[in-house]
Design a protein around this ligand. Sequence first.
Ligand code: FA5
Length: 329
Amino acid sequence: MTEELERIEAEALRTIGDAPSLKELDEADIAYLGRKAGKLTGLLRNIGSLSADQKPLFGQALNEAKARVEAALTDRKALLADAERSARELAETLDITLPGRARPRGRLHPLTTTMNDVKRVMTGLGFEFFDGPDIEEYKYNFDWLNFPPDHPAFDEQASFYVDDTHLLRTQTTALQGRFFELHREPPYRIATVGHCFRYEAVDATHSHTFHQVDGFSVGEGLSLADLKGVLAEFSRGMFGPDVVVRFRPDFFPFVEPGVEVAIKWGDRWLELGGAGLIHPNILRRAGLDTEKYTGFAFGLGIDRMPMIRHKIDDLRLFLDNDLRFLQQF
Ligand code: FA5
């Protein structure tokens, strides 16, 4: 039996020494020291067949063998646990020299930045902003603005009609009537930015859907000089100190006199919009004393502003949503 004990101990120590991982080590633990089927523990059951003087000797030898096997298990366990931790740590190591993954970043559309700049510059000039609806009533888009019913400007600003009383607004000037109905006491400087729509063929400087900024002011003694001063200051704010602004006579039913506003654009002029002194008919309709009050108004195309700022000769590029173009801003 002593030989059997030595054989099993040697086998146990070999198995433990060879165990490649903690899992095999646990299996070896059960196979040799397990309470029920362990090979070493099993030897104890045969102790009854030994003579009385052999029993204590064998018992002691068995206990010593178990102690050695347990010690081997503990040592190997520590070794394997160490190795497994190092392997795991190695696998989890962060290589901080790897290049990062670039996240696609959104940015504002050039028309949005232009509109934000318009608001910033106009606010700096003392204008207060209001919003009007895209689907507008005729009376604000035309009637309030002194358009006689058969006026050719109806054709000029060919419209998308919605029903008998509504259309997609052709000009942000439609805000005037909405504001005048509030009957605020002058002086004031009012502005709005937003969409405009016209039934129009699309080309390099025209679109069916575009944006305008309108501004108007009513007060005592306002003149064309004030209008020109505000527009010149606005243009400098938008296009820099060297901008050249040109005013030429033009006609709009809602101003008298009226002017066209153009900006020097390379060796050409780009029409930015119209302006003038608010027609007395409109001030009267607003319940204002035209002996006391005068006003100026202007309406400018926003889509043409980034064309001037970025020297781009076709406004369709801003609306095509081609990322190769838009990512340059
Ligand atoms: C008007 O719309 C007037 N409401 C401007 C105004 C306001 C005059 C207040 C006097 C007092 P006009 O139709 O010219 O005017 O348009 C003004 C500007 O809007 C144009 O100069 C242009 O810059 C822009 N615009 C007009 N139509 C289009 C279009 N189809 N596509 C892009 N921009 C346009």
